[in-house]
Design a protein around this ligand. Structure first.
Ligand code: SAH
Ligand code: SF4
Ligand code: F3S
Length: 461
């Protein structure tokens, strides 16, 4: 009765929340397993950002309901953003759900599960579903450290929760609540513990990560709380790489740009959502910046670190996006030269300020615009990777590759995926690799053993 399988939809924040729930459950004696079929309990950590994301989770939950009808002791839980967004109404179409747990209540999952199991063992009628969606003061601090028994080479660390922006298309402020920062000391302590257990790379997470602590903590020496935090993380022994996601042009000031020159652990990789290249559409999206301001920030960072890798988010087909608007997006997207991008087709979300605008751009137009950007991206990404052939870069090895014997996967500082023949002893190590073959998404190569510490040079390949 204690094997749990957690399936995660959505963003890195959800992945991190799932890891935290898994760690808490392990601490309570549950075994968190990789194979859904063997599970007694399945938890879906859901996303609401687009309709498609919700439909996937609803479909999955419906499927699991069939399993429950055969085995009444099987437990199905839905947590995260869709649980928060749809709440109890989910039971209308999914009556088999046992738990519906909101985004401020992840830390309550173990208690709710044990109550549910105890009631089931009482052999009475089927227990009532548990719905827990309330706001909770300081919930950004309730999932403390997720430092559990499983060492992680790379780790996500939530530094804040929620979002105070009002982007007209976005449901996140509704599902995640108001912006709240975790105390700097807590974050630093969590990362120190991760480092002590072998973590080499951290990604700091927040909806507008560079706004971290802006209301809670003061500027020091003209440095924002986020920059102060980056400095502290940069000083942690054992941590070799720092990333963060997602920053916003609002508050992306000189103090943060300077970090790219000063903080050696800050990777030359930035995920920087553009959303649109048309000022008219940015305004309708209520994104408070112009495309010129957005580009200026990228130029400034590239002045400091010319080898920067930049990725972005773009929404195509926002209501009212004309061919001219899209042409601006296409132009800026191409000129900026993103190395990676997440391209989204606009999806109407309930209770957002864009909802009344409907969804006038057709599916076909969205698909066409999506394809135009995808092709630009594929070309640029391949060109950039080809420029690396014959070159050597440091790769942090994360684990075995999905395919191929003795093949291992790692990443460059620019966040490029690398696949190399290596040995398990390299997991968690940063090792130089010479690239000899590339695709648009992956670099292949071989370890460069000269100059590597003797211990590594003896690795059997
Ligand atoms: N806080 C981050 C974004 C988080 S949501 C930021 O502001 O940069 C991740 C991405 O999903 C967004 O950047 C946006 O591109 C996309 N997205 C959000 N709502 C959407 C919607 N209604 N339709 C399509 N894409 C959406
Ligand atoms: Fe959504 Fe905008 Fe907040 Fe990002 S900044 S989570 S897009 S409301
Ligand atoms: Fe993330 Fe989706 Fe929620 S993008 S914050 S899981 S709505």
């Amino acid at each position: 009765m204690n094997r749990v399988y957690i399936k995660t939809y959505g963003c890195q924040m959800n992945e991190r929340d799932s890891e935290a729930v898994a760690a808490m459950l392990r601490g309570k004696g549950y075994s968190v397993i990789e194979n859904e079929q063997d599970a007694d309990i399945v938890l879906l950590n859901t996303c609401s950002v687009r309709d498609q994301a919700e439909q996937k989770a609803i479909g999955k939950a419906g499927h699991l309901g069939k399993r429950k009808r055969k085995n009444p002791n099987f437990i199905i839980g839905v947590m995260g953003c869709m649980a928060q967004n749809r709440g109890e109404a989910l039971l209308d179409s999914l009556p088999d759900l046992d738990l519906i747990i909101g985004t401020q209540k992840f830390h309550r999952v173990p208690d709710h599960l044990s109550n549910m199991i105890a009631t089931m063992q009482g052999q009475g009628p089927r227990p009532e579903s548990i719905v827990d969606l309330a706001e909770e003061l300081d919930s950004q601090n309730t999932i403390k450290s997720h430092v559990d028994d499983k060492p992680q080479v790379t780790a996500f660390v939530s530094i804040m929760q929620g979002c105070n922006m009002k982007c007209s298309y976005c449901i996140v402020p509704k599902t995640r609540g108001a912006e709240r920062a975790r105390p700097m000391e807590d974050i630093v302590k969590e990362i120190e513990e991760l480092a002590a257990k072998g973590t080499r790379e951290v990604t700091l997470l927040g909806q507008i990560v560079n706004q971290y602590g802006i209301r809670e903590f003061p500027y020091v020496d003209k440095k924002s709380p986020f920059v102060q935090l980056l400095e502290k993380v940069n000083a942690i022994e054992g941590i070799e790489r720092i990333r963060f996601t997602s920053p916003h042009p609002v508050g992306f000031k000189q103090d943060l740009i300077d970090c790219y020159a000063r903080l050696p652990k800050l990777c030359e990789y930035l995920h920087f959502p553009m959303q649109s290249g048309s000022d008219r559409i940015l305004k309708a999206m209520r994104r408070p910046y112009s495309i010129e301001r957005f580009r200026r920030i990228i130029d400034q960072i590239r002045e400091v670190r010319p080898d920067m890798y930049i990725s972005t988010d773009v929404i195509v087909g926002f209501p009212g996006e004309t061919e001219e608007d899209f042409e601006l997006t296409r132009k800026h997207f191409e000129e900026i030269g993103f190395d990676m991008a997440y391209l989204f087709k606009y999806s109407v979300r309930p209770d957002t300020t864009a909802e009344p605008l409907g969804d006038p751009v057709t599916k076909e137009q969205k698909e066409e615009r999506n394809q135009v950007l995808l092709q630009i991206l594929a070309k640029r990404s391949l060109q950039r990777n080809e420029s690396l052939i014959g070159k050597v870069e440091e790769v942090l090895f994360e684990g075995p590759a999905k395919k191929g014997e003795d093949m291992f996967i790692g990443r460059t500082r620019g966040n490029r995926v690398v696949i190399v023949k290596a040995s398990t002893r390299l997991i968690g190590q940063i090792v130089p690799v010479r690239f000899n073959r590339v695709t648009a998404s992956t670099l292949f190569g071989e370890l460069v053993l000269e100059g590597v510490e003797s211990e590594l040079a003896t690795v059997e390949l």
